[in-house]
Write a protein that binds this ligand. Structure first.
Ligand code: HMG
Length: 382
């Protein structure tokens, strides 16, 4: 039986910050941000959105009533949870009217949480072929005004429906993982911004990619030429490129992998980091933008969560995948966003990470998403 991703949806804020504006405000050469880091725009998350509303908005776009009745598990991967006890999954299950016979829970391992959800969902479907699992991956990346990490902020949510006979990506059930106790990035309860050693973390990420890719190739007798594309968790798009460069050469197949990587980073360069959802935004970007990818082509996916957990796994493109539909979904979201000036972004940032029950005093009439916090659609409050 084939198991994998049957549907995929995305949501992010309708506010963004242009990286040239940010570079100018911070006294940096814009090329450092555009080329050196590889980011063009960054989603700015207003206090009308948190991970629950963003995930509900992402899933709302892809689920039919039949899906909602068939889902028997909702897994929410996040490192920007809204409660230490109650899972974000329960809120989304209720907001979307998903069957109350479902198991709903949240999982955490930094940016790896989305992948943990995908793998758990695939295992569940393998033994319960009639079931569908909703995997949500949503986060808000914050480092602080004027910090080196500021250019790598962002946020958003990816929703994926996993099932038997999937329309988008058939998982190979082939995977290699590696974990170690590493203090490269963490988010203690007493502060809202991440603590990170960015250069150290980048090195660990590349090291984990090399370990898991090698282990995967040895376990399953595969080599670089077996992959039509390699895609990555992308805290900033240059980072995936650095990892890819460690395994390619000057050959023709490597040139193809570089071209596909280019397609896979396009949306990430416009949104920024969304932690758990980042790898899956990259998958969306590849599938929507690649002109060469064919049904049956194998994609390698590298997932990384600081702290640290890495996993390399693979899947093949299903014959139900429609690039144009995925591209239209993304264009709708990304084309009409509102560009904030740097002072406007700073003001929104200062109002903080939206938390349920938080003391938010202003009302963003521009947020016309179906699910909002404290917005004008009072009947949709979480
Ligand atoms: P930095 O120190 O300001 O940047 O911070 P830099 O000096 O290293 O420069 C960056 C690149 O720009 C360099 O290229 C420069 O040469 C280039 P590289 O050598 O790396 O190829 N550059 C220029 N290029 C063109 N024109 C110019 C120019 N000037 C310089 N004029 C850093 C960069 C990423 C460290 C910082 O933004 C940061 O700390 N970010 C936050 C943390 C982060 O994203 N870390 C990534 C790894 S952590 C991770 O993967 C997990 C994570 O997703 C969280 C989780 O798992 O939960 C974050």
């Amino acid at each position: 039986m084939q198991v994998g991703i049957d549907k995929i949806g995305f949501f992010t804020s309708n506010y963004f910050l242009d990286m040239v504006d940010l570079a100018n405000a911070r006294g940096e050469d814009p090329d450092k941000y555009l080329i050196g880091i590889g980011q063009k725009k960054q989603a700015v998350i207003p206090p009308t959105q948190d991970v629950v509303t963003m995930a509900a908005n992402a899933a709302d776009k892809i689920l039919t009533d039949d899906d909602k009745a068939s889902i028997d598990m909702v897994i929410f991967g996040t490192e920007t949870g809204v409660d230490n006890s109650k899972s974000a999954a329960i809120y989304v299950q209720s907001l979307l009217g998903i069957s109350s016979s479902a198991r709903s829970f949240e999982i955490k391992q930094a940016c790896y949480g989305g992948t943990a959800g995908v793998q758990m969902a695939a295992d569940h479907i393998a033994t319960h072929p009639e079931s569908k699992v909703l995997v949500l991956a949503a986060d808000i990346a914050r480092y602080g005004i004027g910090t080196p990490g500021e250019v790598t902020q962002g946020g958003g949510a990816v929703a994926m429906l996993l099932s038997a006979n999937p329309q988008i990506l058939i998982l190979d059930d082939q995977s290699a993982f590696h974990s170690e106790n590493i203090m490269d990035f963490w988010r203690p309860f007493y502060q809202r911004e991440a603590i990170v050693d960015g250069h150290y973390s980048t090195n660990i990420y590349i090291d984990f990619f090399n370990k898991t890719f090698k282990d995967y190739c040895e376990k399953y007798q595969r080599q670089l030429s077996d992959f039509s594309a390699l895609i990555y968790h992308l805290p900033f798009t240059k980072m995936g490129l650095k990892a890819l460069r460690t395994v390619i050469d000057d050959g023709q197949h490597s040139a193809k992998l570089l071209k596909e990587f280019d397609y896979s980073k396009q949306y990430n360069a416009l949104v920024g980091n969304l932690y758990t959802g980042s790898l899956y935004l990259s998958l969306l970007s590849l599938l929507a933008n690649s002109v060469d990818l064919q049904v049956g082509d194998r994609i390698g996916l590298f997932s990384y969560g600081s702290g640290a957990q890495g996993e390399f796994y693979s899947g093949t493109v299903s014959d139900g995948m429609k690039s144009s539909l995925l591209a239209a979904h993304m264009d709708d979201l990304l084309d009409d966003r509102i560009r904030l000036s740097v002072p406007e972004y700073e003001e929104m940032y200062a109002n903080g990470l939206p938390m349920m029950g938080g003391d938010v005093t202003f009302n963003f009439a521009d947020d016309s998403s179906r699910f909002v916090l404290f917005g004008r659609k009072a009947d949709q409050l979480v």
